[in-house]
Design a protein. Structure first.
Length: 136
């Protein structure tokens, strides 16, 4: 595994930490109005991220994911999905962009996958969420 892969993993971990921090700093927590939202318990310490990156070249991906979940409370895939849905939530609240374009923007290949992930994380579809929380 090369330096570029390690840099991408570090960038992903930094993005995850930023998202976790944004949840902690929101004046209204998503859990206050959508109780099914899965929010990580705490930010990932920098030392944990460094330990993962040092072990990454010799660690199979399943072991990496299992260890990551034990330390961070969620798998890398769950945290990436959370990051995508959090960004989608913010875009829905502040813009009138189409849901298809929004799905593309946050990294989903199609609207159905985006809708399913949104429902899984927030318990409500993106259209209904827009009706309730859009400021545009």
């Amino acid at each position: 595994m090369g330096v570029q892969v390690a840099q991408r993993r570090l960038a992903t971990l930094n993005r995850i930490k930023a998202i976790q921090t944004s949840f902690q700093n929101d004046t209204v927590s998503p859990n206050q109005y959508i109780p099914t939202m899965a929010v990580p318990a705490a930010p990932i310490p920098v030392q944990t991220a460094k330990r993962f990156l040092r072990a990454a070249p010799a660690t199979p991906s399943s072991t990496f994911a299992r260890t990551f979940k034990a330390e961070a409370g969620s798998t890398p895939a769950e945290l990436v999905e959370l990051a995508r849905i959090d960004e989608a939530r913010r875009l829905i609240e502040g813009s009138d962009v189409s849901l298809k374009r929004l799905a593309d923007t946050v990294g989903y290949a199609n609207r159905d996958g985006f809708r399913r992930a949104f429902m899984r994380r927030l318990g409500v579809g993106p259209s209904d969420y827009r009706k309730r929380f859009s400021t545009v």
